[in-house]
Design a protein around this ligand. Structure first.
Ligand code: F3S
Length: 389
C-alpha cells in the first residue's frame, strides 16, 4: 500500500508508539484487502464499549493508548446507563469497570455519547460522499445507505486506529466498484413500522453480505430505514442497501440478475414464528430511539400504567432534548435508559423472554443476551407491557 512521507514516518514510530501501533493496524488491513492507500475520514464511531463484551483485556488495551483522536469520534452503547445503572440492576463491580472503560476513551479525546444512532444527534458526523470509519453494524448500514457516506464495518481496534490517525484504508465500501446492488427485492405489501424490521430479518438471511435494491409499494421514513438496515446487518451482514425513491441511488445503471419477491404473508410469518407471548420484559429502542419514536411511545402510554418491566433505549442527548416526553413515558412505570441497550447490557440476562419491535434485537438477543425474543409492532409491545395481551 502506498504511504505518504508523513504516514511512513508514523510507521517508523517518529510520532510515538501509540500512533505507530495504530498505523500498523491500518496498514495490515489495507494490505489484506488490497487497498492502494489510506484516505482521511470525517468521523469515527467506535464499538467495543460495553465491558460485558470487551472484558479486562479490552480495557487494558484501550488504557494503554496515548494521545488524542484526530477526528470527531463517538462511542457505541455501553453496558449500562452511565447515571442510572443501579436501577438496571447492574452490580457495583461491573459499574466500576464500565466507568473505567469510559474514562479510558475520554482520555483519548473521544466524545462520550454512547449510541448506535450517532446520525440522530449530530448532523456534522457524516454527509453524502464522506469517508467514515464506523463500527456498529446498523450505524454502518445507515451511513452507507441512507446518508450516502462510505464506511466499512470497522472492528473496535481498527476504528480506534482510524480515530487516532484520522484515516482508514481505502477498500471495500469506500469504492464505487463495490457499491453496486447484487439483488433486486420486490415487496408486494404495504409496510409500516416494525414490518421493516421483519423484512430486514428475512432479506438479510437470504442475501447474507449482498447489496439489496428494494422496490417497495410504500416510501419508508428514516426510522423505518434504520430498522430495515439494522435487521439485515444482524440476520445477514448487509452493510449497504438501496430503496428506490427513498435512499441515494447506486452507482451505474446495471440491474442485478438475482431477484427476490416477498409478499405480506412472508412478513406475517416472521411475527407468527416469534410470538411475544409470555415475555417478562418489553424493550424498545434497537437501534436507539429517535425523538419521534419516543413521542410515539409516550402517546401510546399516556395515562396508563405498565404491568411488566418495560425499557426504552436511546441516546442521552435525545433524552435530554425532550425531558417532557421522557417524563410522560416514565409516568407509566416504563423506564428510559440512555447510553446502553437491551443487547449489550448484562442487565437483560435476568429476564427469560423479551418482546421487541426490532428485527435486529430478535436476532441478537438469544445469542448475546441469552434471552428468548418475540416480535411485535410498537403498539403490540406497549399493549403487552400494559397487560392487554
Ligand atoms: Fe443499537 Fe444495541 Fe440494537 S447497539 S442496534 S440498540 S443491539
Amino acid at each position: 500500500m502506498y504511504l505518504s512521507r508523513e504516514e511512513d514516518a508514523i510507521c517508523r514510530g517518529e510520532r510515538g508508539e501509540t500512533l505507530r501501533r495504530m498505523m500498523e493496524i491500518l496498514v495490515a488491513l489495507g494490505d489484506i484487502y488490497g487497498a492502494e492507500r489510506l484516505v482521511p475520514v470525517r468521523s469515527v464511531q467506535i464499538a467495543g464499549v460495553s465491558y460485558k463484551n470487551i472484558g479486562e483485556a479490552g480495557l487494558e488495551w484501550i488504557s494503554d493508548l496515548e494521545g488524542q483522536v484526530a477526528v470527531p469520534s463517538i462511542l457505541n452503547p455501553a453496558g449500562m446507563d452511565l447515571c442510572r445503572w443501579k436501577e438496571m440492576g447492574i452490580s457495583e463491580g461491573f459499574a466500576s469497570r464500565q466507568q473505567a472503560t469510559i474514562d479510558a476513551y475520554r482520555r483519548l479525546g473521544i466524545t462520550i455519547d454512547c449510541t448506535c444512532a450517532p446520525y440522530q444527534i449530530y448532523d456534522s458526523l457524516a454527509s453524502p460522499g464522506d469517508h467514515l470509519a464506523w463500527s456498529e453494524s446498523s450505524a454502518v448500514s445507515y451511513a452507507n445507505s441512507v446518508i450516502g457516506a462510505r464506511t466499512n464495518r470497522e472492528g473496535g481496534p481498527s476504528a480506534l486506529a482510524a480515530a487516532l490517525v484520522g484515516k482508514t484504508a481505502l477498500f471495500g465500501y469506500h469504492l464505487d466498484q463495490n457499491r453496486s446492488p447484487t439483488y433486486i427485492v420486490k415487496v408486494d405489501a404495504d409496510l409500516c413500522g416494525s414490518d421493516y424490521g421483519a423484512l430486514g430479518f428475512l432479506v438479510g438471511r437470504i442475501v447474507k453480505d449482498g447489496i439489496p435494491l428494494f422496490r417497495l409499494k410504500c416510501r419508508p421514513v428514516p426510522d423505518e430505514l434504520k430498522s430495515l438496515g439494522a435487521a439485515m446487518a444482524a440476520s445477514g451482514s448487509v452493510a449497504l442497501y438501496y430503496v428506490e425513491g427513498a435512499t441515494p441511488k447506486p452507482p451505474g445503471e446495471t440491474e442485478p440478475g438475482e431477484r427476490i419477491v416477498l409478499e405480506r404473508r412472508d412478513i406475517d410469518e416472521v411475527y407468527e414464528n416469534h410470538p411475544g407471548s409470555e415475555a417478562d420484559i418489553v424493550a424498545l429502542g434497537c437501534p436507539h430511539c429517535s425523538l419521534s419514536e419516543l413521542r410515539e411511545i409516550a402517546r401510546l402510554l399516556r395515562g396508563r400504567k405498565v404491568q411488566r418491566e418495560m425499557w426504552v433505549c436511546t441516546a442521552r442527548k435525545i433524552a435530554e432534548a425532550c425531558p417532557d416526553v421522557v417524563a410522560a413515558i416514565e409516568a407509566s412505570g416504563a423506564r428510559v435508559f440512555c447510553d446502553t441497550c437491551m443487547v449489550v447490557s448484562p442487565a437483560t440476562e435476568d429476564f427469560k423472554k423479551m418482546m421487541v419491535n426490532s428485527g435486529k434485537a430478535l436476532v441478537y438477543l438469544p445469542g448475546l443476551g441469552g434471552v428468548r425474543a418475540g416480535l411485535g409492532s410498537t403498539k403490540e409491545c406497549i399493549d403487552a407491557a400494559l397487560g392487554r395481551q
